[in-house]
Write a new protein. Structure first.
Length: 649
């Protein structure tokens, strides 16, 4: 039975019925409706448990009346069917109903519904645009996806188990006491009225305090994860005390938020205990008074008191459940700030896959400003064409717009003006997956997945064989160091894991793995953004020769601050303030004695000197490479035909 129930709800079966809505009730229904049959089954079993529990005080009252009989044996014989029914209800029916209730909750809903909510939330969040993740802590996003699923499921289940239970039990008890004598039901009726007012007072306050507590808890998680993720920086700068203060501040804030929440819960519990005491004492007083007047039997009092006592006990349990429900609602509300966010940068309706036959790239009057209010553009009226199979280099000071141009080509952002075409197809009208599948890119900030070396390389082409993975690694000059790797669990070679973001490897090793990944992908368009910046000179020379072979037949856009790495490109495009100021071959640009010649003169071993860098880098991530050797590398050794003139000054 347990295996059957556990197989009924497959959490990862589908991405769900569309995007999670922004309204609280709609958000709950979006997920709960997918398992509504099982929640409905919980309604039935919880109602059955409540009704059976209502019968137990009746059994007690009947037994008290039976024990007052003068002829005890005759009374027992006469009431034998009733006694057998009591035994059956207590020994068989109630345990079976509880078993079904527990089995549904623990085996169908807890594993299945939780996984379903987490999977669909993750599926939606991971498809958000790149800016979504750049504007928040990764730890907070992950925490919201994980915690929202549990909180939503638990609040729905608690509402059924606790609120529905006490509603069924209380109404049943009220009816039973009213049938005997309406006056016995007065304390219960007054209690229900007071309980309603009581909840209306406390619940909104508990909800708001719970949401505030949940938000601060997520911030605690975010700051701690931020410190752990950047532990190298923390250690290098000896800033443990600063990190302590950074985390302590938000933990103190969380403690204050939890303290306010717990204070309200304490008041909630005290008021409820007082109401329960009044209910029990009032029912007992009226029952004894009616018995003293001879208007009811002792068995009726024996029935009414356990009914009132059970309501009081259930109310205490329900109060905890209600506080938990609204604490979880607060968690859900906080999680909605991440999960119920409309996806940005979606494909247009009817977007078609990109078909790359030749690999021509054309920028037509492209403008982009990152949405700056002052209207200052990072790219302003940019227009040029990269012919099929042509290799171009983008040159310019930091902030000139090189990385922004690549981001627009990959549609991490949408052009605000003009358009970009590949083989005559406007990339804004094609699917992003097909666009990025046609572009292989090596970035200067190489990040690897916390998986094996082979899995990281095979990410470029999942169907690749082991031989193809090894061949790509050899092309990237990575095979030799890979065979000597061993991770913390004893896995070696291509099966060794690289740690989070590849921290177990050096920068040069990570970059070679990234190059191998792109080699394996073998896309028709190749983008190199400081692809060899983290490599030593000897390895760089070897890889550059391989990269030139890899470029054959591909359309290539390369960015490098080290001009010697791109001097052999077919054409160089010089950007300044988002505009093209020069373009031509290396020799042609030197002959112009303009921007490029000045940048080249500032080179020292192929690096841009600090005074050639723009001070204003707010609009674009700065890509600064550090020298890898103590002495400049002559251009001839770097594979450049024309050596740079000696640096002036």
């Amino acid at each position: 039975m347990f295996r059957y129930l556990q197989s009924r709800v497959r959490g990862t079966a589908s991405p769900g019925p569309g995007a999670p809505p922004a309204g609280l009730l709609a958000f709950y229904w979006h997920f709960a409706s997918q398992t509504r049959r099982w929640y409905g089954a919980m309604f039935v079993t919880s109602m059955a448990v409540a009704l059976i529990d209502t019968l137990i005080p009746l059994f007690i009252g009947a037994l008290v009346s039976l024990m007052q009989a003068a002829d005890r044996k005759a009374a027992i014989a006469q009431n034998a069917p009733m006694l057998a029914g009591m035994a059956l209800a207590v020994l068989v029916v109630r345990p079976l109903v509880l078993l079904v209730d527990v089995a549904i909750r623990q085996n169908a809903l807890i594993p299945g519904a939780t996984s379903l909510i987490r999977w669909q939330s993750h599926w939606h969040v991971i498809r958000q645009g790149l800016p979504f993740f750049q504007n928040d802590f990764a730890g907070r996003i992950a925490n919201r996806v994980m915690q929202t699923a549990m909180a939503l499921r638990e609040s729905v289940m608690s509402a059924i188990r606790a609120v529905w239970y006490i509603a069924v039990y209380g109404v049943s008890a009220l009816v039973l006491m009213s049938l005997v004598d309406w006056r016995l039901a007065v304390p219960t009726l007054v209690w229900f009225a007071g309980y309603t007012v009581f909840l209306r007072h406390f619940v909104p306050r508990m909800r708001d305090l719970s949401k505030a507590s949940s938000e601060v808890r997520s911030l605690v998680m975010a700051r701690i994860v931020d410190s752990y993720t950047n532990i190298l920086t923390v250690k290098l700068f000896a800033r443990l005390s600063d990190e302590d203060a950074y985390v302590r501040e938000v933990i103190d804030e969380h403690q204050a938020a939890v303290g306010a929440h717990m204070k309200l819960i304490s008041q909630f519990m005290f008021c409820l205990s007082a109401m329960n005491a009044v209910l029990l004492a009032g029912t007992a007083a009226i029952g004894v008074w009616l018995w003293a007047q001879g208007q009811i039997e002792a068995g009726v009092v024996a029935t009414a008191l356990p009914l009132a006592w059970q309501i009081a006990n259930a109310a205490g349990w329900v109060s905890w459940e209600v506080s938990g429900i609204f604490e979880n609602i607060g968690v859900v509300q906080e999680g909605m700030q991440t999960i119920a966010v409309p996806q940005g940068g979606l494909d247009r309706p009817g977007a078609a896959p990109l078909a790359v036959a030749r690999g021509e790239i054309r920028f037509e009057n492209v403008g982009f400003s990152y949405g700056r209010e002052d209207g200052a553009k990072v790219l302003d009226g940019l227009g040029f064409t990269v012919r099929p199979g042509e290799r171009i280099g983008l040159v310019g000071r930091s902030g000139a717009g090189k990385s922004t141009l690549v981001n627009l080509l990959l549609r991490f952002y949408e052009a605000e003006q003009g358009r970009i075409l590949i083989d005559g197809q406007d990339i804004a009208a094609v699917t992003q997956e097909s666009l990025r599948a046609a572009i292989g890119m090596v970035t200067q900030d190489t990040s690897l997945l916390h998986r094996s070396i082979a899995a990281n390389i095979r990410y470029g082409r999942p169907a690749a064989t082991d031989a193809e993975v090894e061949s790509a690694a050899r092309t990237a000059q990575a095979h030799e160091f890979i065979t000597g790797l061993q991770d913390w669990k004893g896995r070696t070679g291509y099966e060794a894991h690289v740690g989070e973001r590849g921290v177990k490897l050096s920068g040069g090793q990570r970059q070679r793995i990234a190059i191998a990944r792109v080699v394996l992908k073998n896309a028709p368009i190749l983008v190199l953004d400081e692809a060899t910046s983290a490599l030593d000179s000897e390895v760089e020379i070897a890889i550059q020769e391989q990269l030139h072979g890899l470029m054959d037949g591909k359309t290539v856009i390369a960015i490098a601050h080290r001009l010697s790495t791109i001097a052999r490109m077919d054409r160089l495009i010089v950007l300044d303030a988002g505009r093209i100021v020069e373009q031509g071959s290396h020799e042609e640009l030197l002959a112009l004695r303009g921007h490029y010649e000045k940048l080249w003169q500032h080179q020292s071993g192929g690096f841009l000197a600090p005074d050639a860098m723009s001070a204003d880098t707010a609009t674009e991530p700065v890509a600064v490479s550090a020298p890898e050797t103590a002495h400049p590398v002559p251009a001839a050794e770097a594979g450049v035909d024309d050596a740079p003139a000696p640096a002036r000054g």
